[in-house]
Every structure is written in C-alpha cells, then in structure tokens.
Design a protein around this ligand. Structure first.
Ligand SMILES: [Zn+2]
Length: 305
C-alpha cells in the first residue's frame, strides 16, 4: 500500500492520489468529438456505423434498392471479411495516452473529485518527467500516435481519449467512459513512471475485480502477458526491477482499470527518473519501437480469439 501511494505521489508531482496513471483531461463532450474525429479519419463503413450507434443500430443502405437489383451496391459491410494484411478489420481499439500536456495550467480542474470505481479521487495529475525535463505526457502521446497509425493500417478502428497534447484532461472517469462507449474490443493506457532513480524497466498494471470490471479481469491478464512479451522483445526495455511481481502489478486504485468494460491494461513503459530508461524514453526510435510492440501485442490478442 505504501508503495502505491509513493508511486502516485511521484507521478502526480504533488497531486494527491495514486499513480493515476489514467488521468487525462478534456470534457466528456470534447471526448466525444475526439472519437468522432478519429472515426472519420479512418474510413470504412463499419466505422460510421459504430460511431453513430447510440441505441438504434444503423442500417446502412437497404432502403431503396429493389431486391432484384442485388449486385450493384453490395458494398455494405454486413458480413465483413478480413482483407489480407488487415487482420484487425471490424475491431475497435481504445488508446488512452495518459495525462494531457497542459494539465499543469489548471490545478482547480485537476483537483475536482471524480468516482474511480471504488472511491472519489482527483480528476487527473500532470504526470512525471525525466531529470532533463522531458515530460511523460509527450512521450505517451507520441507512442499513442504511432500506435494509432499502426493499428489503423491493420484495419482497426482506433478511438483515443484525446487527439492532441495541448489541452486539459479529460478526467480519469471520462477517459474510461470514452473507451467503453466506443465498444472497444480491447484498450491500453500508456504511461511512463516516476520511480526510484535506481529502478529500471516497464511494468504492466492490471485490473482487479470491483463489480463493474469483473468480466474483463481474466482477459486483461491475457492481454497483459501479450503486452509484456511483445514489449520485452521489441523495445530493449527490461521488465521492471521495482514494480509488481515480475513486472506485473494488480491495481485496485486506478479509474481506467476499475471502470473498464473491455479488456485493458496500463503500461508504465519505463522509469523516467532512471537515467538509462530516461534516455530511451526520450528517443523517437524507442517511441516507435514501443508503438510497434504494443500494436503487435494487441494484434496477437485480438486474433487469438
Ligand atoms: Zn502517468
């Protein structure tokens, strides 16, 4: 317990609460805009259907065509086949890139209290940074952008909790809601830790049952194993020497995991307070490798079922 609090304090840089890995910003409304933009950005009819589905499933065409004129507009994606090289066709993947870039500008916003699935806590924190001043939010957003590109290329619809790194929020509860409402098949929260200077490596934070998320705890452990294997082989970052057991930490204090209704893990991609990790995390090549590894893990997970 003490260690959890410590981690939170580190990452939150003075903000109350724990790791908070999942605290971003924006309002729910902006989040919806983000979803809509993402969806429109990655084409395909299935996308439009998913995004507009509020309660009534949209029927795309069928209306005017006489039943006999069959062949012409059968572009309807009612029975999607998986094109070669696009194994994630028909899948929705949620990405939460953590703390937003201007969270530091509004303490009042960050300190508003929201429900994290078990208790009330602050909306978000600023995140951590390297000793050289490279911020966690920039790292996480860069990885998220690269990951979104990779997944989209594989045919997935990608939903992000924010589309830039220049705003506030959304709060942790809203970030979970955005990914839940998008009917994500799987989701990942991307962070980097502010751990002890002597500690190295990446950790996978996984949900524990709280009622809301009961159904996704088992699948999330499978996802976590896929993420760990891919990240270890694809990035050169070692498994955490200080967080969790063998780099896996069950967490009951994170809204993004407590409130999730799709399989989800949070990855702390490395320790920004460790000099070796910090040099890696700050580099473009590592950020791209991290994204490739996460895409590979997600593809492995989604195509196994
Ligand atoms: Zn964080």
């Amino acid at each position: 317990m003490a260690s959890r609090r410590q981690r939170g304090a580190r990452e939150g840089q003075g903000a109350p609460a724990n790791d908070s890995a999942l605290r971003l910003g924006i309002s729910g409304m902006t989040g919806m805009v983000a979803v809509a933009l993402m969806l429109s950005g990655c084409s395909s009819t299935t996308v439009a259907v998913r995004s507009t589905t509020s309660s009534t499933p949209t029927s795309i065409s069928t209306t005017t065509l006489p039943p006999t004129t069959s062949t012409s507009t059968s572009t309807t994606t009612t029975a999607p086949t998986v094109p070669p090289g696009r194994p994630l066709t028909g899948m929705v993947v949620g990405i939460d890139p953590g703390h937003n870039g201007r969270n530091y500008t509004d303490a009042g916003y960050l300190n508003q209290q929201v429900f994290n699935g078990r208790t009330m806590e602050s909306c978000d924190t600023t995140g951590t940074q390297t000793d050289a001043g490279y911020p966690e939010h920039e790292f996480a957003f860069n990885v998220a952008r690269h990951l979104r590109a990779a997944l989209t290329k594989e045919g997935a619809v990608v939903v992000m909790t924010r589309l830039d790194n220049a705003g506030l929020g959304p709060c942790i509860d809203q970030r979970a809601k955005i990914l839940n409402d998008a009917k994500s098949n799987v989701a990942i929260d991307i962070h980097a830790d502010g751990g002890p200077a002597g500690g190295r490596g990446f950790a996978i934070l996984e949900p524990v049952p709280d009622g809301i998320n009961d159904a996704i705890v088992g699948p999330s452990a499978t996802l976590g194993a896929d993420v760990q294997a891919a990240f270890l082989s694809g990035t050169g970052m070692p498994i955490s020497t200080y967080d969790g057991t063998n780099g896996v930490a069950p967490r009951s204090d994170l809204a993004g995991l407590n409130l999730a209704t799709e399989p989800k893990v949070l990855i702390e991609c490395g320790n920004m307070r460790n000099a070796t990790d910090a040099a890696m995390l700050s580099s473009e090549s590592f950020q791209r490798a991290a994204a490739r590894s996460l895409a590979q893990a997600i593809t492995t997970y989604l195509t196994r079922q």
